[in-house]
Design a binder for this molecule. Structure first.
Ligand SMILES: Cc1cc2nc3c(=O)[nH]c(=O)nc-3n(C[C@H](O)[C@H](O)[C@H](O)COP(=O)(O)OP(=O)(O)OC[C@H]3O[C@@H](n4cnc5c(N)ncnc54)[C@H](O)[C@@H]3O)c2cc1C
Ligand SMILES: NC(=O)c1ccc[n+]([C@@H]2O[C@H](COP(=O)([O-])OP(=O)(O)OC[C@H]3O[C@@H](n4cnc5c(N)ncnc54)[C@H](O)[C@@H]3O)[C@@H](O)[C@H]2O)c1
Length: 478
């Protein structure tokens, strides 16, 4: 809690939510001298720092390093034991600072930002009421209120599930011991990453997916990840429909629609997230809660007069990814500043500093399983849906010299989706070991709309995995 009791005050900008997105909005807006206050009800740093990106990646990383060593003769012989789970959990705890946010709260202060701890809700135009635990405080915004309240897990309405003390991603990223048996429901990003993390840490994992894995991606991504999970001992079941769930002293019992059962010590439900819009006073400004807040490309919330209410990040219905939300946050912070100074009047042009144009054209994402799935822009199916004249180019990454050096028996695949009319790349997917860092090259190609004939002159170093670019262009016909 803050040392001094909070009082009502008027500032330029009130940001609700100190996750990665709220922090970025506040930082950008304050850089030009606007007075900014951030309100946070839990930990400064949000979901990403304490229960999402950082702890999940910390849980995965040591297992990836071990698996990579095992693919290399000489190194493989040197690593004979299993992962030391206690050390991995200890390292994960360091990344979350033991769920203590004083470091990030200190950063807010050093950036000249105010912090009010408490639960905020809108109270009519430009007003935010914060329940601080020591009474309510009203913050009035001269310029803007920004909602960056993030998202929360969605639990399906399966009989018994709510009473069975299931894990959400919070428990699955902060657990202090490895469960002997873990059931994971959901074949999305959270399900795949955490199934592999815990399997490699020693759990016997069953992954229940109602269709395939990572279904929004190119089909081969989910197929390669499923094969890898199975190789890690995960029992991956497709077409799984839950009938009911119960818990007793022996653990959790999951009954599927086909009559089969799965017993486990913990049950992770990873069936998606919904924007945090309930209880934040949207009705006081004429909006409804429940769904995502619809925003324009400068972050202004649709349906509110006066250009004062913005939203960004998971709450906004834009991609639920930290980096993309932070991009939206930077845009919002800059747009508020530009509107305040008069540099921006009315709509902002596409690809300007005040628009999230990339949200529609080039959203990068890495799924940090082993193999990694790194994707940007449109999949082949999405490009066709948009009516683009598509040429799809595939290449086995294992056939690239650099990849064969990285791992014996390297398995992976690359796909480049080309808009034939414009002869530019509109989407790329890489699946394989160590492809995450390759993704930014693809993002630049898509955002820059680099013509294929110019891309040909971007010569990848030999022998790196990046030579897959050369192979893709050759396979295309250059
Ligand atoms: C397990 C998991 C792993 C993930 N891994 C990745 C990854 O590797 N890479 C990636 O890009 N994305 C990842 N994500 C997604 C990423 O975590 C989110 O996209 C990101 O956290 C969104 O940031 P945000 O600031 O919008 O919301 P949040 O991080 O959710 O922050 C919102 C903040 O608002 C606060 N808040 C909410 N309501 C109020 C209120 N009324 N008053 C005051 N404060 C309030 C909350 O307490 C919270 O601190 C992962 C998600 C999960 C669940
Ligand atoms: N590395 C990363 O970038 C990363 C990692 C984790 C999470 N995230 C983000 O967090 C968000 C949430 O991730 P998530 O995996 O929870 O959601 P998701 O939407 O990616 O996947 C949810 C999965 O659950 C399945 N599902 C939904 N209802 C179900 C039901 N009743 N029974 C069985 N299956 C059901 C869906 O078919 C889907 O496969 C995502 O938007 C993602 O972008 C990103």
């Amino acid at each position: 809690m803050s040392a001094e009791r909070e009082v009502d005050r008027e500032v330029d900008v009130v940001v609700v939510g100190a996750g990665p997105v709220g922090e970025n909005v506040a930082d950008r807006a304050a850089r030009t001298g606007l007075e900014v206050v951030v309100v946070e009800k839990e930990l400064v740093g949000g979901e990403c720092s304490y229960w999402a990106c950082m702890p999940s990646k910390a849980l995965l990383r040591s297992g990836q390093a071990l698996a990579a060593a095992r693919r290399l003769p000489g190194a493989a012989e040197a690593v004979t034991g299993a992962l030391d789970a206690a050390k991995v959990l200890e390292r994960r705890d360091r990344f979350t600072s033991g769920w203590d946010d004083s470091g990030q709260a200190g950063w807010l202060e050093s950036a000249g930002l105010g912090l009010v701890r408490g639960t905020a809700r809108l109270d009519g135009p430009r007003r935010v009421v914060v329940e601080t635990g020591e009474g309510a405080v009203t913050l009035t915004a001269r310029r803007a209120v920004v909602l960056a309240t993030g998202s929360v897990p969605v639990l399906p309405g399966v009989p018994g599930l709510a009473e069975s003390r299931v894990w959400t991603s919070r428990e699955a990223t902060s657990a202090q011991a490895v469960p002997g048996r873990l059931v994971v429901l959901g074949g999305g990003v959270v399900g795949c990453e955490l199934a592999q993390a815990w399997a490699r840490l020693g759990s016997r994992v069953t992954l229940l997916a109602r269709s395939g894995l990572l279904t929004g991606q190119e089909d081969f991504a989910g197929e390669l990840v499923a094969a890898a999970l199975r190789a890690d001992g995960v029992d991956v079941r497709f077409g799984a429909q839950l009938s009911r769930v119960s818990r007793d002293d022996a653990g959790v019992h999951v009954v599927l629609a086909d009559g089969s059962t799965v017993d486990a010590d913990e049950f992770l439900v990873a069936t998606g997230r919904r924007p945090t819009t309930s209880g934040i006073g949207l009705e006081t400004v004429g909006l409804e809660d429940g769904g995502a807040l619809e925003v324009d490309d400068t972050g202004l919330v649709a349906g509110v007069e006066g250009s004062w209410l913005y939203a960004a990040g998971d709450v906004s219905g834009r991609p639920k990814l930290t980096h993309q939300g932070k991009y939206g946050g930077r845009v919002v912070g800059d747009a508020i500043t530009a509107r305040a100074s008069g540099a921006l009047i009315g709509d902002a042009p596409a690809w300007s500093r005040w628009t999230t144009t990339a949200d529609h054209a080039a959203v990068p994402q890495v799924v940090f399983t082993d193999p990694e799935v790194a994707q940007v822009g449109l999949t082949a199916a999405q490009a066709r849906e948009r009516g683009i004249d598509v040429k799809v180019v595939d290449y086995e990454i294992g056939d690239v010299a650099g990849a064969s050096l990285v791992a014996d028996g390297y398995t992976g695949k690359a796909r480049m989706v080309v808009d034939e009319q414009r002869r530019v790349v509109v989407g790329v997917t890489f699946v394989g070991q160590d492809v995450a860092e390759l993704l930014h090259s693809a993002t630049i190609a898509v955002v820059g709309e680099v013509p294929l004939d110019r891309l040909w002159h971007a010569v990848p170093s030999y022998p790196t995995i990046s030579e897959v670019w050369l192979r893709l262009l050759e396979t295309y016909g250059l």
